[in-house]
Design a binder for this molecule. Structure first.
Ligand code: G3I
Length: 318
């Protein structure tokens, strides 16, 4: 039946995939990405980021992002907008501009307002804030935090809500899969923002994981998150291994995918799962972690791996 069909039958909103503009020229890739039995949602991996949309001040370019949104609409898929405020892929004119507090606030508000308004009504979730914590739960230094302080969080979320009241607003991070200092920091932040009346609708759990090393506290952690009254989405799932691939690693990877998907199935407000691209052919892993890879449910030849069967089984039988 396909992973999206199975996810929806379990009450989830979607099973989806990250993607990127260059690979859309690969016909075999595009056909499977567009298959709504497998994917009910797509996320642009790069083309909505600050460097892609506002490379120079107040000069916006929505072309590549629009290609992905238009594709999703043609296919009947939802879009997760990714990402409005991140310290990476942030153009130099922002990170090294030397702006004072008031100027940087206006730059931040202008960016969010124009990007979000451009796709108003067409985006299911926005990753408004990305990777704002260090691993120990302290604030990650960034030009926004260093200049504006913690207030940049509420400013960003309010600007996003004002520009598109239909989109659900997410705070997205990695290493918040299981319980731990970073997850606790996220929990406390969302609790505080909600108490202050700042709009936040969901916590995005990136879930860039390692074979054989998946936390046993996923469900507990996500139940704790959703107890705040927000949704959880698994936004960038992949489970990498040290190459070369062998049968034992593929079997362990399947177990690991099953663990993640089962936890999401068991948490009612875990609304969807997105793999960070679906085929090993276009995974970011080998470029960033030399010697590692094979992190996705489809191999580089578009053949399903044991992980695929495990995801399907976890969605079907839990
Ligand atoms: O666009 C340029 C191209 O012009 C140039 O020729 C080429 C040479 O290296 O680089 C291209 O840019 C690359 C870009 O991907 C598009 O392919 C960047 O170098 C490369 O760094 C960038 O990597 C992206 C990475 O974020 C950057 O931080 C990955 O594709 C993307 O999958 C990854 O996604 C992030 C999420 O946004 C947030 N969570 C973590 C996740 C993995 O890092």
């Amino acid at each position: 039946p396909g992973l999206n069909t199975l996810a929806k039958a379990k009450g989830k909103v979607y099973f989806g995939s990250g993607t990127d503009n260059p690979e859309l020229t690969d016909a075999q890739y595009l056909a499977l990405l567009s298959n709504t039995r497998e994917f009910g949602q797509i996320t642009p991996g790069n083309s909505m980021k600050w460097d892609a949309t506002e490379g120079s001040r107040d000069a916006f370019n929505f072309t590549r992002g629009e290609t992905i949104v238009a594709l999703a609409e043609k296919n009947g898929q939802q879009v997760r907008g990714h990402t409005l405020v991140w310290h990476n892929q942030l153009p130099n004119w922002v990170s090294n501009g030397g702006f004072d507090n008031a100027t940087l606030i206006s730059i931040l508000e202008n960016h969010i307002t124009k990007v979000v308004a451009n796709w108003k009504g067409r985006i299911l979730h926005w990753d408004v804030l990305n990777e704002i914590f260090n691993e120990n739960g302290t604030w990650r230094p960034s030009v926004f935090y260093n200049t504006i302080g913690e207030a940049f969080l509420g400013i960003a979320l309010r600007a996003a809500r004002a520009a598109d009241p239909y989109a659900k607003l997410y705070i997205n991070d990695y290493n918040i899969d299981g319980t731990g200092a970073k997850s606790t920091a996220m929990y406390k932040l969302v609790e505080k923002l909600l108490a202050e009346g700042v709009p936040v609708d969901g916590i995005g759990v990136q879930a860039h994981l390692i074979v054989g090393n998946v936390s046993s506290t996923l469900q507990t952690n996500w139940e704790r998150f959703t107890s705040l009254g927000v949704d959880v989405a698994i936004t960038e799932l992949d489970i990498r291994m040290t190459l070369p691939v062998d049968e034992a690693k593929l079997a362990q990877q399947a177990e690991d995918y099953k663990k993640v998907v089962t936890a999401c199935v068991n948490v009612p407000r875990c609304v969807g799962i997105t793999v960070w691209d679906y085929t090993d052919k276009y995974s970011w892993i080998p470029r960033f972690f030399p010697g590692q890879g094979a992190a996705l449910p489809w191999d580089k030849d578009f053949t399903v791996k044991p992980a695929y069967e495990a995801i399907a089984a976890a969605l079907a039988y839990n």
